[in-house]
Design a protein around this ligand. Sequence first.
Ligand SMILES: Cc1ncc(C[n+]2csc(CCOP(=O)(O)OP(=O)(O)O)c2C)c(N)n1
Ligand SMILES: [Mg+2]
Length: 375
Amino acid sequence: MVSPAENSSATQSPPGDIVHAMRDDGSLSAEHDPGLSTQQVVDLYRHMVRTRIIDERLVTLQRQGRIGFHIGSLGEEAAIIGSSFAMGEQDWIFPCYREFGGALMRGFKLQSFIDNMFGNANDAAKGRQMPDHYTCREARWGSISSPIGTQMTQAVGFAWAAKIQKKSLACLVYFGDGSTSSAEFHNAMNFAGVFKTPSVFFCRNNGWAISVPVERQTASDTFAEKGVAYGVPSVRVDGNDLFAVIAVTRAAVQRARDGGGPTLIEALTYRMGGHSTSDDPNRYRARDELEPWVERDPIERVRRHLQAKGAWSDDQEEALRTEVDGQFREAVANAEKTPPPSLASMFEDVYAEQPWHLKEQCQQLLSGARAPKAH
Ligand SMILES: Cc1ncc(C[n+]2csc(CCOP(=O)(O)OP(=O)(O)O)c2C)c(N)n1
Ligand SMILES: [Mg+2]
């Protein structure tokens, strides 16, 4: 397990050090302060809390049998919200599967997300995907791919195309520590290094890949040092420090837009929950491993920072929770009122002109035992 280390130096290599911006008392070190206004910090804090509340509510819905699955971001909110925030409107993000909070911050509608969680008729993926596998092109956000690592080669291809078209944009890709063992990681890093694509590789090192700890994932001391082999500058950052995450991601984005090529960011964070609603982490990890990370809870740290400045009160906290709760309940009520996708939709979206055999199969299905019953 990589544990939080002491404060250290530069925003880019050598990859052994860890960038921090927040001190224990909630104040910021001048070196890595991203210079946000108080209102910006309040907004980011609200997004982090919103993400956590939605995560908690989705787990409850799954336990109640109302949705089939959820894969959450408990404990990783600073890494996700901070890095998504550092991306400009023209930039693109290729997500892994835990980053819905960043998509919502970039304009993805809560209702669309919840419709995907229920796989109903309003789900953009038309119920053909698992929950948490939404699409939201409008937020310049790639679709979720379940197979580990595929988004990395997709993101580098996208960045390469943008470079050929001389577009000034950066393309960030999220992945976990476990994904660094996939062929796609090596393909993508090598290509990005050689062709200097405007890529930001954002590794959420949350300590675990389902039940496999980082010690079993790599013999390297860090994930960041893997960038050295590909000529990709790398940096390690305290992933539970919102301000440090923003500072290092901004620097990487700037380098990408300026034609300086890719950066690998290793954000040290911790998966405070299970891998998903399908596993019980108590079966494979020691309970006391969680404790130091509870103390470094990324949301608590930003709250302490704001409270020390007199910029956040208990009343505001209460109001925020009530607001998010109301929005969530409304979205769930709408999603549950919405019927499932039509049976016929199963045959759509592959051919512009539906071939005869699909028409025939669709007809058979609609007139057979699974035909919708009149109530
Ligand atoms: C090619 C492939 N192999 C295995 C899986 C099963 N799987 C899903 S998530 C996961 C672990 C990924 O861990 P990590 O990259 O650290 O991301 P995290 O879940 O911790 O965010 C595995 C092995 C998969 N989805 N695709
Ligand atoms: Mg992991």
